[in-house]
Design a protein around this ligand. Structure first.
Ligand code: SAM
Ligand code: SF4
Length: 331
């Protein structure tokens, strides 16, 4: 991937450089994780509302001209978007973009891992909330565990390293399995990230929140871990084992938020840019992209969007504020 020496120009009102885009390529998903998407949800965007690959690339180029450096493909389930690897190839070639990553539930990863690697995806995050088939079914609506484990092996064979496992930790749901998941990740050389559930939509609000501070202290003692830093670690705070670098990240938006260092914005499949997971502040780009706006107008719109970024989420003070759920946002 090419790099750009341009100084960042996307600075939000709180002095943060916006260098990272989470790009939702679909709001659809083959699963229904209880904390993410309502079981009977049908209000998906129509294909005519989806940004095309040309529109996405144009917007990413505009963002990269002002300092965007990293893009993560997400959704919904990004591997459902047809020809995703074509988009990945195009985005990984955009000057200035030095890191293209993907978040996936891995149900389709086994057949796509090599092609994703060839198309320039450099890092993978895979969701895995349990190693027990009946729990996977209870959490996400289907027992996809065998497919996910196959997908992870295919990703390893394709040369992805490190592979990160995202586990949403929930009280009374998978809390008792955290040590087993740590052991599994250790045995496979995967990096584990434990995530606190966020009150996004009723699905997130109804999930069984677990404060991870106590879990962190317990795992630190049990596995002999020390505070550490992981490249591309994002908002997670990591514990590492010095002897071999095995790491566990803790994403704690609720018990210890990380808004002061937030460097990201999110683009939904319909071209709506969300400035923060915890607010409704947004900027609509689709009409602009379809209305033959020139590059200068798009740059100006990006600048205006970034000026709308709020200082911090208010999940604790206003847990009922965010109506949209995670899969509609580009989590
Ligand atoms: N479908 C892909 C997947 O599951 O990895 C990508 C999209 S998913 C929305 C991205 C991440 O958001 C997943 O790791 C998922 O566990 C997490 N997530 C979804 N809803 C959440 C919530 N309410 N609170 C915290 N994390 C959530
Ligand atoms: Fe789908 Fe990912 Fe949401 Fe689960 S977390 S419902 S896999 S988008």
């Amino acid at each position: 991937m090419k790099t750009s020496s341009d100084a960042p120009t996307w600075i939000d009102p709180f002095g943060r450089s916006i260098e990272y885009l989470r790009l939702s390529v679909t709001d659809r998903c083959d699963l229904r994780c209880g904390y993410c998407m309502p079981k009977k949800y049908t209000g998906f965007k129509e294909p005519s509302e989806w940004l095309t690959f040309d529109e996405i690339e144009r917007l990413v180029r505009a963002l990269a001209r002002g300092g965007l450096r990293k893009v993560r493909l997400t959704g919904g389930e990004p591997l459902l978007r047809r020809n995703l690897t074509d988009l990945a190839s195009r985005l990984s070639a955009v000057p200035g973009i030095v890191d293209l990553s993907l978040s996936t539930n891995a149900t389709r990863l086994a057949g796509m891992a090599s092609e994703l690697k060839r198309s320039g995806v450099s890092r993978l995050n895979v969701s895995l909330d349990s190693l027990k088939p009946e729990r996977v079914e209870a959490i996400c609506g289907q027992n996809v565990l065998p497919k996910v484990l196959d997908g992870l092996q295919a990703a390893k064979a394709a040369g992805f390293a490190p592979i990160k496992i995202n586990t949403v930790a929930m009280a009374g749901v998978n809390e008792d399995e955290i040590d087993d998941i740590v052991d599994y990740c250790d045995s496979q050389a995967f990096t584990l990230r434990l995530i606190e559930v966020m009150p996004m939509g009723d699905s997130g609000r109804n999930a069984q929140y677990l404060d991870l501070q106590g879990v962190r202290r317990r795992l630190q003692r049990r596995f002999g871990l020390v505070d550490g830093v992981v490249p591309g670690g994002g908002p997670a705070r990591y514990l590492c084992r010095p002897s071999d670098g095995f790491s566990i990240g803790f994403i704690t938006p609720m018990s210890q938020h990380f808004c002061a260092t937030c460097n990201r914005v999110r683009l939904a499949v319909d071209g709506t840019m969300y400035m923060c997971l915890g607010h409704e502040d947004r900027y609509e780009f689709r009409a602009l992209l379809r209305g033959n706006a020139g590059d200068a107008a798009i740059q100006q719109a990006v600048r205006q969007a970034i000026l709308r970024k709020p200082e911090r989420h208010e999940f604790r003070e206003s847990p009922h504020k965010v109506l949209r759920f995670m899969s509609a946002t580009g989590g």
